[in-house]
Design a protein around this ligand. Structure first.
Ligand code: ATP
Ligand code: MG
Length: 359
């Protein structure tokens, strides 16, 4: 025992630790899985003890790679003493902060104990989640439209007389589109920063969700989509909703835009009342489904994370993260699944009912 830190005299029990603690022996078999580790992962210690660490504690990095395979603690670099704290995903998509220490009997020797700490991210993720990664991605996202703006303006300034009006118009249209992209990205980033810091302000008022959906569909049809692409189904009388109309518009806008952009075929929008149950109050459910390729099973738990996009055709990958943030700020939930036609199916439920002073 390490007497330098006093642990030898402390009679410290793993279950007393506020952090999740998982220890594996030289063979990679789990010998300790404390109470907090069980709470964070939702697994019982009995299921984990004695099993290989990669099966007792499966972890994925945000790119979907198996964390234990990537870090390879037992056969990796012999000088490595551990892994710094990182944000990883448990099966099911729940985020967890993980740090590991590789205990070696002598420097450069084999790992004879692997000590892993786990922390739920709920509290910390709001303040400090992978800021460096965020900045890198944002810089990258901003650079490509700006590179195009710079390219076209420089070319035009340089060779102004050599272009026809039509060519100049075309270039300016591209510049205009790219400027819109930058503005949109910045607006999304501001939303994200508000969501992450818990500062998303809701200006609640009575909202007619069916009307909002109709309005969105109309806008999309005016924007050039065929009217028969949309199938709106309202099931029975809908309860009143006390919500922020602008934010709800953002949610609907993104889900519908995703359905026509990433999906295909008919976009079905269903709305219905969800009766109250023992665990939740009366709600209002909106389902948006399409007949496109859908979200691959293995990616379903990642669609709501920042910057995830399924294909090159994707936008910035922030839309669904914002959707989730807004729905949750309203006390609701959002889920993804597969539609009967095989496409994607997004469903969100918002608590219904208006405050007493209005009824
Ligand atoms: N209806 C859908 N069908 C198939 N794939 C979808 C659907 N909706 C979303 N996706 C996938 O999920 C990814 C993330 O969606 P999200 O709305 O977060 O970002 P985005 O649409 O790419 O960009 P943004 O909304 O920020 O402009 C998309 O890039 C797409 O690959
Ligand atoms: Mg989107």
């Amino acid at each position: 025992m390490d007497t330098a830190s006093g642990a030898g005299q402390l009679d410290l029990r793993p279950d007393d630790l506020p952090d999740g603690l998982v220890i594996a022996n030289r063979l990679g078999l789990v010998t300790c899985f404390n109470a907090e580790a069980a709470r964070v992962t939702g697994r019982r210690p009995a299921e984990a003890l004695g099993r290989p660490i990669e099966r007792a504690l499966p972890l994925e990095d945000p790119d979907g790679r198996q964390w234990w395979r990537v870090t390879n603690p037992y056969r990796g670099l012999a000088t490595r003493s551990g892994q710094p704290e990182r944000n990883l995903l448990l099966p099911g998509g729940q985020e967890v902060l993980v740090a590991a220490r590789y205990v070696r009997s002598r420097p450069g020797g084999p790992v004879h104990r692997l000590v892993v700490t786990l922390r739920g991210t709920d509290a910390r993720r709001r303040t400090e989640r992978s800021n460096a990664e965020l900045i890198a991605t944002v810089a990258h996202e901003l650079r490509s439209p700006l590179t195009s703006v710079k390219g076209f303006t420089a070319t035009m300034l340089d060779k102004w007389d050599r272009f026809t009006d039509e060519q100049k118009r075309l270039m300016l249209q591209t510049v205009d589109g790219d400027a819109d992209r930058v503005t949109r990205l910045i607006t999304e980033l501001l939303d994200i920063s508000r969501i992450d810091s818990g500062r998303l302000e809701l200006r609640r008022q009575p909202v007619r969700l069916d009307e909002a959906v109709r309005r969105h569909v109309k806008t999309m049809i005016n924007g050039g989509h065929r009217a028969d692409r949309f199938d709106l189904r309202v099931d029975g009388p809908l309860p009143g909703l006390w919500a922020d109309p602008d934010k709800i518009d953002q949610v609907l806008g993104n889900l519908l835009e995703n359905a026509v952009r990433h999906g295909a075929g008919t976009v079905t929008i269903e709305m219905q009342r969800v009766p109250p149950s023992r665990t939740r109050q009366e709600g209002m459910a909106v389902t948006v489904s399409d007949e496109g390729p859908g979200i691959p099973e293995e990616a379903m738990h990642r669609v709501f994370t920042r910057f995830w996009r399924g294909s090159e055709r994707g936008g910035t990958g922030l839309g669904l993260y914002i959707v989730k943030g807004i729905v949750e700020a309203h006390g609701g939930t959002v889920t993804v699944g597969r539609s009967t036609g095989g496409g994607a199916r997004f469903r969100f439920i918002l608590p219904a009912g208006t405050p007493a002073f209005l009824s």
